[in-house]
Every structure is written in structure tokens, then in C-alpha cells.
Design a protein around this ligand. Sequence first.
Ligand SMILES: Cc1cc2nc3c(=O)[nH]c(=O)nc-3n(C[C@H](O)[C@H](O)[C@H](O)COP(=O)(O)OP(=O)(O)OC[C@H]3O[C@@H](n4cnc5c(N)ncnc54)[C@H](O)[C@@H]3O)c2cc1C
Length: 395
Amino acid sequence: MTTHRPVLIAGGGIGGLTAAIALDREGIESHILERSTFAEESGAGIQLGPNATRILQRLGVLDALNPQTFRPEAVWLFDGRNGDKLATVPLGDLAEKRYGAPYITAHRADLHEALRTVAAGCAHVSLTTEFTVADIRDEDGVSVTGSNGETQHGSLLVGADGLWSTVRGWVAPGLAPSFTGATAFRSLMPRDALPEPFSAPIVGLWLGPRSHLVHYPVRGGDAVNVVAVTEQGDKQEGWNRSAEKETVLSNFARWSDAPLGLMDAAPSWRAWSLFRLPALPHWSRGATVLLGDAAHPVLPYLAQGAGLAIEDAAKLAELLGANRAQPSHAFQAYEALRRPRATRVQQASKRLGRAYHMGDGFFGEVFRAARNTILGLRSETATLRGFDWLYGHEG
Ligand SMILES: Cc1cc2nc3c(=O)[nH]c(=O)nc-3n(C[C@H](O)[C@H](O)[C@H](O)COP(=O)(O)OP(=O)(O)OC[C@H]3O[C@@H](n4cnc5c(N)ncnc54)[C@H](O)[C@@H]3O)c2cc1C
């Protein structure tokens, strides 16, 4: 590592900011280059499992975030077609005791603000906004040129620039995300205006044919984030375009009254097309390495994309701290540890999506009935134990 130069981090999102804070704890200087002014970070909720909050706790981010978080008591699963409650996955104190860190829900903007506040207090972190990484050169470390023509020099470059990563084009050229055919619609509603179970202190998960619905409190419990996912929609980049209520409801025509009532009551909707990416041949090239969605985007059915980015960031910083003279060793060890974990989460998320969306056509109905029966047979603690590999992960 060229120690007199900072590690450049392309992207000040969840993974990039976590990486900067974790590098600071190793005494390594970093400089975040973020294309936006962060004004876009609005309107969406996020669930973070104990695998992610354990790291945020260690980095001091959870304390900054805590007043704005919510700790759901459980996940309640429902059949969206007939409204039957199918199963409960206990969270709350039980999960916190089991995994040593809480399961939380939060508004993305609140998580982002907590990360920025902690990063701002770090002696070794600097940030430039409105810098869009456009070109990368491996020369005496790494040089990054922004779309405004300005060049920044660093010892290393961490590509934390998300699903549509520019840095990935340098590390593994020729790969582009492809549309999955699914769209996520989301809305935010005041909690006190909602009936049970939508106002309950839980994550509600409603399963339906080629669709599902999730709701959970955010903003310390004042608001409820609602996400409706369907296997239909447009292929569009970005995650903040507006959508008509009629478009959302048309995808849930055969659903029962309660979830339809929630969707009908939502004041406005934003849409987010879901994309997938083939596995990259490698996650690093020369002095540049990728993390988070730039390396391995994951479908949202397990609510783990940000969790993986946080895990990546912490592990990368730890390995760079332990291999200061030979960052290429750190990159190799990082990929060897992180690729199997990310692949497992990606695969589990895909499988879960298929199980959520059963019920279309004759065979779909058969699978839906079998799924509902199996969900009803498992004990609550056995269901939670099934997530030990995910939430208990220690890297
Ligand atoms: C509907 C939906 C719901 C989700 N819910 C959850 C959930 O509940 N829990 C969970 O863990 N995950 C969830 N995710 C996934 C999660 O949002 C992402 O996986 C996570 O944000 C990835 O973090 P990241 O740091 O890799 O990328 P991002 O957070 O996307 O950050 C990338 C940053 O890079 C910047 N950038 C991009 N290009 C450039 C450039 N050229 N130069 C400079 N800066 C650049 C961007 O402006 C952005 O700030 C969800 C995703 C979807 C679609």
C-alpha cells in the first residue's frame, strides 16, 4: 500500500461509508468519492439482521442510529390470498440473546445519516460529494478521474458504487445487470392511522402468486414501510421513480381484503426494478477491489443486500489492516472468505423468492398448499434456528 496516499472509496452508500469507518478503526486513511449530495436517500425502509447490526454496534454506528430504529418482536407470515396467518419467526429479545445483536428496521435515510455522522467524526475519513467516478488508472497506486475532469490519487480503490458500478467495468469488463422481470413498489405510511396487523410491532410478510408484500415500522415506530413486489413491470434503472396506485393494485387482484386495503390506503408509491448479475470472474484487479452490490447484488427476498455490504466492508478493512505491506494478499483473502458467503445468501434469497411467490396455476396451488402446511408444522424456535447460518455469521 502506498501509505502516504488514502484508500479511495468510490461510492458513499451503505458499504462505502461502513468501509471508511472500519478502515479508520485500523488507522487507515480513506477518501470517499460520492456522485450525489445524498439528497436522494429518502423514502425507503431497510431491515438489518444481527449479522449486520453486530458490526454496526462495534463501529459505533448503532448507537448513533438507535433513536431512529425499531426492534420488531417477530416476523408474521400470512397467505396473501386468504389472509390466514401461517407462521411466526420470533425476533426481539430472543433473537438478540441468541445472536448477540438486535434485528432492527430503519429508514434508509436514518441509517445513512448515522453512518455519515460517525464517518464525519473519524480522524482518517474525508468525503467529496458530487464526484462521479468516470475513469480509473493503475499508476503508482491508483488514479481516479471524475466526470468533471478532476483526478484523485490513492494507494488503493474500493469500488462501493452499487449495482450500476463504474468500478466493476474496470475490474471485470463486459458484465451488465439484467432485468429479473420483478418490480418492488414501496410506500411510507403513518403507523397510528393503520389497523392491526399493519400497526403491530412486527415485520409482516404476505405471500401470494408471483408477488409478496412486506411491512414494518421505521422511524422509531412512527411510520410503516410497505414494499409490494411483483414479477411484472418495466426494466428501468434507478430506485425512486413514481408509480400509480392502480398499477400496484392490478398486480394483487386476487388478494384478500386486508392487504389490499393497506395498499389502497398508501398515499403514494415509488418503484424499483430488480436486476441480477452473473458471478464476476474476480473481485479485484491490481490496486482496485469491489464490495457490496458492485460485487454481488442480491435479490431483496432475504433483506440482506445491505447486510452483505456491511459484512464485506468490515472484513476488507480488517484484512487490509493485517496486510498493510501487501494489500493484494488482503484482496485474495477477502474474496476467498466473502465470495462463498455472498453466493450462499444470493442462492437462499432466490429460493425464498420462489417459495414466497407460489400459487400460480394448478401446480402452483399444490405447492402453495404444501408450503403453507410445512410453515404451520415448524415450531417458532426451530424456524429461527434455521437462520443461524445467516444471523450468527461472524466472518
Ligand atoms: C426493494 C429493495 C429492498 C431492499 N431491502 C433491503 C433490506 O431490507 N435489507 C438489506 O440489507 N438490504 C436491502 N436491500 C438491498 C440494499 O439496498 C443494497 O444491497 C445496499 O444498498 C447495497 O449497498 P452498497 O453500498 O453496495 O450500494 P449503495 O448503497 O447502492 O451505494 C452505492 C453508492 O455509490 C454511489 N455511486 C454510484 N456510482 C458512482 C460513481 N460512478 N461515482 C461515485 N459514486 C457513485 C451512489 O450514489 C451510492 O451512494 C433492498 C433492495 C431493494 C431493491
